[in-house]
Design a protein around this ligand. Sequence first.
Ligand SMILES: Cc1ncc(COP(=O)(O)O)c(C=O)c1O
Length: 499
Amino acid sequence: MSAPLDQSRAPILEGLADYHRRSRYGFTPPGHRQGRGADPRTIEVLGADVFRGDVLASAGLDDRLSRNGYLEDAQKLMAEAVGADHAFYSTCGSSLSVKAAILSVTRGEGEILISRDAHKSVTAGLVLSGLQPRWIRPSWDARLHLAHPPSPESVEAMWQRHPDASAALITSPTPYGTCADIAAIAEICHRRGKPLIIDEAWGAHLPFHDDLPTWAMDAGADICVVSVHKMGMGLEQGSIYHLQGDLVDPVRLKQCADVLATTSANVLIYAAMDGWRRQMVEHGHDLISRTLQLVHEVREQIDEMPGLHVLGDELLGAEASHELDPLHVLIDVSGLGISGYQAADWLRTEASIDMGLSDATRIEATLSLADDETSLSLLTDSLTALSAAAPAFPETPPVRRPNPEQLELPTVLLPRDAFFGPVEVVPAIDAAGRIAAEQITPYPPGIPVVLPGERINAAVVDYLTSGVAAGMVIPDAADPDITTIRVVRDELSTRPGED
Ligand SMILES: Cc1ncc(COP(=O)(O)O)c(C=O)c1O
């Protein structure tokens, strides 16, 4: 066993401090030369330190051969801190990390089991990889109109139907903070010698406290992907993919990320992840304990406000989620007679606060370790004001939400073939029965309602068009208003047998 590493070190931050101490000057990108060339008006808004820390990673921060090993060492410290065999830093968000994970477990063709509540960055990986998705059914909650993570039984059933699939991929926590029974699912996959990938984009903090849902590596997952900017203290786009066991080749995983990644990784993003790991190792437990205490109080306070309800117990239990991260404060606003979209818009305009998620009936405050009494009072005061203002809100058109069966569109073409093949643009009203050639994703939470290769139905078109009329945002569709939809021009081929 190797000696424990010194977790009080932060190699990338130390390297950056050394860079400044030596007054290094690069005749290399970035051309702004640590801000010397940047427009003063830009610096006035961004701050000089942003440019000062923005240096080239190799032949800049580290030498041409990366002989100081800043990044390597930071990744080793990270892996040790969370009990993984390997940790790889990415500056391209979990959007890249999940794609690298998907590519690493395949041979560029074949099948993969994926929970249909996957984020659009995961499903975009299907377009890139050419894989045939075999959809694991999440536990659709018809009453709450949301998807809980899939049960171990549904994963087992899918392996029985598709034993040749290369891996299973599950999202846990979901953007609602609900978590799968990862240990049981890992056991099912490993019995077949197949790897389990967990998209844990919302779970960066989980390894650092026992009162939070189980961390995917502890539960036996092979790869897990986290966004450090979501629930950690990283800068936007900071993501880590962790690996353990021998079912996935670390070299292949790293090379799959390399084919997708930028060659100009942002040192600021690396450095923030490095500092966050040290902070978590040294203070994470205390910070999380304090936050959890505050979160439980604030959840109760909000739940007692007229017309508001904080979802909690109803998200857990049989056929629902295994665990819940209470930092996701999911608030039903329908008791105020308003939509989540109206609530989020009013809170932004009138109270200058932004919510993590909004849908037809809910808003979500995603809390973090940075929140304290002051920020939580801002939240509760703003929600009290929302409650008082809501009766004067105009009526919004209803969102006609499909039932779970209607949401399960059959996949009849490979996502890649549908996306890259000949397309035509049809009025949304005529899209029912056609095969989608684009991804259509209400954002947030970013779970596609329609994927390339799926046969669209009328209920889903009605959901999207009524949703847009009520305030739903669909940034990835060619026509975000959903008056038209891109569909496959000729039904070239169909691949029967999808769920
Ligand atoms: C479940 C899930 N996976 C992956 C991603 C992509 O993460 P990133 O924003 O770090 O690229 C998101 C983003 O919201 C997400 O919610």
